[in-house]
Design a protein around this ligand. Structure first.
Ligand SMILES: Cc1ncc(C[n+]2csc(CCOP(=O)(O)OP(=O)(O)O)c2C)c(N)n1
Ligand SMILES: [Mg+2]
Length: 891
């Protein structure tokens, strides 16, 4: 490789001249690598003398790959340009059409800027799924979805009706979802991306999970798939986007390639009007240890750069800020000539041979097929580190007056007839004048060279993309029968918490032949908190590097055991990262034909409250697995206070449509729920996921009574009947350890107030409510048919007396079923901020202890006129409850 001579000094600077000549000589005789080594040593010497040296996290504002290193382009670029033009047109037409009769929205300008970035990928790089290959895993920018639909239309995978119904999914015959949503288009989209930042984050953990599968001998491929992620430059402001970059470099994820579409704009305006997003990102990625490929200028600039011996052109490129570059994309060439080149007379001269129109059309790197190809090829071949390609483009490219480069372009959804004509002319779309106003779709015929070329390319690369495929046979596992869990059904005399019961259960599962290899325990630095460190020794912590050191606790039984084929994903303190691993593992059945069972256990407070969008996405992507919100309960987790004590995760869980949320009280309930979850997800193939609250309070775990399994799974069953022969009847629903408040209240009520209270274990208010809503709705829509009865209504129909629920969660959790409880439901819960104290004091404070439960039960009876109000007053006094105590919800 030759390195061009450029002067580093002005004339007359003797020191600089001599340094330069030594440098040039060294370079000539020793070559660039050796010169770099020597320079580094010299710089280190200077640094040792406490001199601050400029840090080198930026390279000049030019392409990383010089033209002489560009490989020949292997395709027919004119053919590809035509295909791309048709896709551009259809992507635009889809949005324009939809918005001519509706206001459903859509985006034109994102894809317009990214078309070349995608088309080069589709024609030359993205490999489809074949028998022994899962296909490359591509995260498409959500707002570029119309482009993916338009391509699928040309490929014949979608028809005109689909495109017509873009964003009208409820239209007859169905339509296309606004963005990538596997939940809505399960055979098309693989990865949801439209919530900015989540795609990039997931892609890193997906690439790492692929390595994990491989290290554990579970991957089925012979050649490793690549993970491609397309990112918006504005999207890079999301902390999720850049937050886990160092994981990718630390793990040497050279199976990961990001393409940041640097169109310099986000929704409202420029991403970095006063700076340069490409330079900012370059520094961030280089600092994080990534391979960075800048793709800034198109081929038209090569000649100008080659002729510029003074370095002035690069200087000017670096001076101009993104706000300027955006303006150049909007203004005529004369403006760029005057403003950009005109700053230095030498540069004006440099472009003397170009007309204004030629200057206007000087292409940016991300729109240059050959340069994009060169960048992708270099990324693909790079070893040892992940690669990011920072590609400069123009937002709304090709829209002209209708929005190209303009601040309004992100929201542009309508083109008038004149603008449609211009678009057609610019991209040579064969549509006649008389129908242009309708923005008709255009698809070349099946035997046209374009269609043939397009299909041949995809065939060579292994098939269509995006595509999601579930192979039912390969996605199932030999799950244990319920009796495998017999030890949990017997109960125990020693005290244990539900967390301990779960830890025991996972170790039992890890001994199950059909299942054990498929289990993926995931922990965000809390294994010791939950007692999961017991697994360290047996199954090891996954580490691509193994263990390069002797662990400090190597003599102990539970030493920190890192292994190349370790099974535990110990993520460190990142709930977002851990959820990303949960999602990668939970979708492995679809992505890799290898069903994996993630058990992600964490501080419940840092679940949906912290990373709820990833929970939501887990539903969308149809992830399977178990989420375990440990140290649950506003009063059960006692000392930790306001930021830790969770009394609302179950409410968050209620908002997630395909999440089955449970609040079990006993070890056998956990076993029944997990056994059934395994059956439903991994034997029946249901694409759902589970949430279980786990607590850290110890008490004896009772044996399971006969016939309660169905009730446990449906959400409610009678745990212990009240005493016989009492005057009044009541029912208390309890969940988690708070069921003990109900049980103690049961005794007090019987002994002191003549009330027989049945205690019920409410394992899932969410499931009860969903079932009740389903029945009610059916009854409404079939008003004359025999009404259906929900499970909860049927269960409680014959019960007498009043109903009370007590929970370590907000009242809204049990309130979910109030409309279907005969005579209504009196609820006790932990509304309000938590605080640190003992369990007993917290439970009195939030009014969920046994005494408060007794008072509530008596009050509910009094409200119905079944006991005297004085009895409630007496109980308040007897039980030592201060009636003037503060209202815990807002103190
Ligand atoms: C978490 C999140 N916040 C906000 C949005 C709304 N939004 C959608 S696109 C967009 C601008 C995207 O800009 P950029 O990432 O630069 O992508 P471009 O369209 O320019 O390629 C915004 C703010 C979103 N989709 N997700
Ligand atoms: Mg952008």
């Amino acid at each position: 490789m030759s390195i061009e001579k450029k002067e580093i000094h002005g004339s007359g600077d003797k020191w600089a001249e001599s340094l330069q000549s030594v440098f040039d000589l060294t370079l000539e005789n020793q070559g660039p690598e050796r010169t770099a080594q020597l320079l580094k040593k010299l710089a280190d010497r200077l640094r040792a003398s406490q001199t601050e040296l400029p840090r080198g996290f930026n390279t000049p504002y030019v392409n990383t790959i010089p033209p002489e290193q560009q490989p020949p382009f292997p395709g027919d670029w004119q053919m590809e340009r035509r295909i791309k033009s048709y896709i551009r047109w259809n992507a635009m037409a889809m949005v324009v059409k939809a918005n001519s009769t509706t206001n459903v929205g859509g985006h034109i300008s994102t894809y317009a800027s990214a078309a070349t970035l995608y088309e080069v990928g589709f024609n030359h790089f993205f490999r489809g799924r074949t028998e022994n290959f899962p296909g490359d895993l591509v995260y498409f920018q959500g707002h570029a979805a119309p482009g993916m639909y338009a391509r699928a239309f040309l490929e014949g995978r979608l028809d005109e009706r689909h495109l017509q119904n873009f964003r009208q999914e409820l239209a007859e015959g169905g339509g296309l979802s606004s963005y990538p949503h596997p939940y809505l288009m399960p055979e098309f989209w693989q990865f949801p991306t439209v919530s900015m930042g989540l795609g990039p984050l997931l892609s890193i953990y997906q690439a790492r999970f692929n390595r994990y599968l491989q290290a554990r001998g579970l991957a089925k491929w012979t050649e490793e798939p690549k993970v491609w992620c397309f990112v918006g430059d504005g999207e890079s402001d999301e902390p999720e986007t850049l937050g886990s970059l160092t994981l990718a470099s630390r793990e040497n994820l050279d199976n990961l390639i990001w393409v940041v579409n640097c169109n310099l704009q986000r929704l409202d305006g420029p991403v970095r009007g006063n700076g340069k997003i490409i330079q900012e990102l370059e520094a961030a990625f280089l600092g994080a240890g990534w391979n960075v490929i800048k793709l800034i200028w198109g081929s038209d600039w090569d000649d100008l750069l080659a002729r510029d011996k003074s370095g002035l052109l690069v200087k000017r490129m670096e001076e101009a800020v993104d706000g300027d570059y955006q303006k150049y994309s909007v203004e005529p060439g004369s403006y760029t000539r005057r403003h950009f080149f005109g700053k230095y007379p030498e540069l004006l001269e440099l472009v003397n041979h170009l007309t204004d129109d030629q200057i206007r059309k000087l292409l940016r790197g991300g729109h240059d097929t050959r340069k994009v190809h060169a960048a992708y090829k270099a990324a693909l071949e790079h070893k040892g580190r992940p690669t990011v390609i920072l590609a400069k483009t123009v937002k709304g490219y090709g829209l002209g007056e209708a929005g190209e480069g303009r601040n309004i372009t992100h929201q542009q959804k309508k083109l008038n007839e004149k603008e449609l004509r211009e678009f057609r002319a610019r991209f040579n779309i064969p549509i006649s004048d008389d129908i242009i106003a309708e923005a008709p779709f255009y698809r070349p015929s099946a035997d046209s060279p374009e269609t043939k070329y397009l299909l041949e390319r995809r065939k060579t690369l292994g098939g269509f993309l995006p595509s999601r495929k579930v192979n039912p046979a390969a996605s199932k596992l030999d799950v244990p029968k319920p009796d495998y869990f017999a030890e949990f059904f017997k109960g125990s005399n020693t005290e244990a918490s539900t967390t301990m019961a779960f830890v025991r259960l996972i170790s039992v599962l890890l001994r199950h032949k059909g299942l054990s290899r498929h289990i993926v325990p995931i922990i965000p630095d809390e294994a010791r908190t939950f007692g999961l460190d017991a697994l360290f020794k047996d199954i090891g912590i996954y580490s691509s590097k193994g263990q390069l050191y002797e662990p400090v606790d190597s003599q102990s039984l539970l030493y920190y055991n890192e292994k190349k084929d370790g099974q535990i994903l110990e993520e460190g303190i990142t709930e977002a990262g851990s959820m990303s691993s949960f999602i990668a593992a939970g979708t492995s059945y679809a992505t890799h034909d290898v069903p994996m069972i993630p058990f992600y256990i964490y501080y419940s407070m840092f679940g949906p409250q912290r990373v709820g969008d990833l929970f939501w996405l887990a539903g969308d992507i149809r992830a399977k697995g178990f989420l375990l919100g440990a140290t649950s309960g506003r009063t059960t987790l006692n000392g930790e206070g306001l930021q830790h004590q969770d009394g609302h995760s179950l409410l968050h869980a209620s908002t997630m449509p395909t999440l089955l949320a449970y609040d079990p009280a006993f070890a056998y309930e956990i076993a029944v729920i997990i056994a059934d979850g395994l059956r439903r997800m991994y034997a029946e193939g249901e694409e759902i996921f589970y949430y279980l609250s786990l607590y850290n309070e110890n008490y004896t775990m009772p044996p399971m009574s006969a016939g309660v399994e169905d009730g446990i799974l449906k959400g409610l069953y009678k745990f212990r009947s009240g005493a016989e022969g009492k005057k009044n009847k009541a029912h208390i629903f309890g969940s988690g350890p708070i069921i003990n408040s109900a049980l103690k209240a049961q005794e007090i009520l019987a002994e002191r107030y003549g009330v027989s209270a049945d205690v019920w274990s409410a394992t899932s208010y969410k499931l009860l409510r969903t079932d009740a809503l389903r029945c009610k709705r059916w009854n409404m829509l079939h008003p004359t048919a025999a009404p259906k009865k929900s499970y909860v209504e049927t269960l409680l129909a014959k019960e007498q007396g009043t109903f009370v629920a007590v929970s370590d969660y907000m009242r809204l959790v049990p309130d979910q079923i109030a409309p279907w409880v005969p005579g209504g439901l009196m609820t006790l819960g932990t509304d309000g901020f938590g605080r640190s104290d003992t369990r007993a004091r917290l439970r009195r404070f939030f009014e969920v202890d046994a005494e408060s439960t007794v008072i509530a039960t008596l009050f509910a009876l009094a409200e119905k006129g079944l006991v005297e109000r004085q009895l409630v007053e007496k109980a308040i006094k007897d039980l030592g409850v201060n009636p003037e105590k503060v209202f815990p919800q807002i103190v």
